[in-house]
Design a protein around this ligand. Structure first.
Ligand SMILES: *[C@@H]1O[C@H](CO)[C@@H](O)[C@H](O)[C@H]1NC(C)=O
Ligand SMILES: *[C@@H]1O[C@H](CO)[C@@H](O)[C@H](O)[C@H]1NC(C)=O
Length: 361
């Protein structure tokens, strides 16, 4: 069982690594799924003989950061590692949230680069997930003591301090927000797409902030809870992913008119000057263009031919009305495992029939 899951994880990571090697350069100071970071740097195989800070510097270089980002990366030994973690956090969550959709957040380099050139809902969620992952990872790294320039969250104003007190070690969102704003920078470019990208980036950060919860732990005689220690903690990133998936579904279209996308959308819209739309306050994700349907091979995805689907769940939707093939296969799996004294696990081999559904061409 576990073996299977590990294999899947390993395969996913491997695919990710292959997919994210060497992307074309981004148009701006973005990062993660929206930047130029090759995931080939994962896993962290920094040679051990040169310890920090040299190894750290190397990692910062390999991340293909912009000048200012590289400076920020190099100034605190914990940053590089945290940046890598942020990328994988965003990438894996995106693939998890979109695993049943036509667009399954395949991060194959050409497809991703093409999507980033446009203003689709998919573009929006990539921006939001990237900034959310970065904000999350930095705040956690602070409280985990992996950064030199930040530590636990400080206690908030003490007036609402009652039977409980602040303690523990909160996730440092304040530092993290400041870091991320600095790291991603402000763009002078004020065209509509740049503003929408920036807006979606902020949505990602705001979702992290909204997910902060106060966690308490009881002390006192046999858990009588006469004293409580409380600290602020970020929501698990899966929860963030779920919220952003919902925002993706309800994304709002703004700005220029577009041609209805049947298969492929038309040429990229001109980088029109934005009207003074008051969209910066909304917490919705914004997009400018209608998405392609992701049914066939295109610049944006591999299409859904031969894609595995789940009968009764998403075959109709992701096979785009072409129907699906059904294949039976027999699987042999270890089962009825028992721990034997001492210390190994003994399993029987069970065979099991499984139906596999794939979209027709
Ligand atoms: C795919 O991208 C290429 C290069 O950017 C472009 O010339 C071509 O028109 C695009 N194809 C479609 C179907 O949009
Ligand atoms: C997405 O779907 C394609 C087939 O359309 C498949 O090759 C790829 O492995 C899938 N990616 C993920 C991350 O599930």
């Amino acid at each position: 069982m576990l073996d299977g899951r590990l294999a899947v994880l390993a395969w996913r990571t491997f695919s990710l690594v292959v997919a994210l090697c060497s992307l074309p350069p981004p148009s701006s100071a973005y990062f993660g799924l929206t930047g130029n970071q090759p995931l080939s740097i994962l896993p962290l195989n920094v040679p051990a003989e040169d310890g920090p800070p040299k190894a750290q510097f190397k990692l910062c270089d390999r991340l293909k950061l912009e000048k200012k980002q590289r400076r920020m990366c190099r100034r605190d030994p914990g940053v590089a590692e945290t940046l890598v973690e942020a990328i994988s956090l965003s990438a894996l969550e995106c693939q998890y949230q979109f695993r049943f959709e036509r667009w399954n957040c395949s991060l194959e380099r050409y497809h991703r680069a093409s999507i980033l050139k446009r203003g689709f809902k998919e573009t929006a969620v990539l921006y939001a997930l990237s900034s959310a992952g970065l904000t999350h990872a930095i705040a956690k790294a602070c409280s985990a003591g992996r950064m030199e320039r930040c530590t636990c969250d400080e206690a908030p104003n003490l007036e609402n301090r009652k039977a409980w007190q602040w303690g523990g070690c909160g996730d440092n969102l304040k530092y993290s927000n400041k870091f991320v704003k600095d790291f991603l920078g402000k763009r002078a470019n004020k065209d509509l797409r740049a503003r929408v990208d920036m807006h979606n980036t902020h949505v990602g950060m705001k979702v992290i902030k909204a997910g902060v919860d106060t966690t308490c732990k009881c002390h006192g005689v046999s858990g009588s809870c006469t004293v409580q220690t409380c600290w602020r903690q970020l929501a698990p990133f899966h929860k963030i992913g779920m919220v952003l998936k919902h925002r993706y579904e309800g994304a709002i279209k703004v700005g220029s008119n577009t041609n209805q996308a049947k298969g492929e959308p038309g040429p990229a819209p001109p980088r029109a000057r934005a009207h003074a739309e008051p969209f910066s306050r909304t917490s919705d994700l914004l997009h400018i263009e209608d998405s392609p349907n992701f049914c066939q091979v295109s610049n944006y995805s591999a299409g859904t031919v031969a894609r595995k689907c789940h009968k009764g769940k998403n075959c109709e939707a992701i096979c785009c009305g072409r129907g699906h093939n059904t294949q039976s296969r027999v699987l042999t799996r270890p089962c009825q495992c028992q721990v034997r004294w001492c210390c190994y696990v003994e399993c029987k081999q069970c065979t099991q029939k499984e139906e596999v559904y794939t979209c027709k061409g």
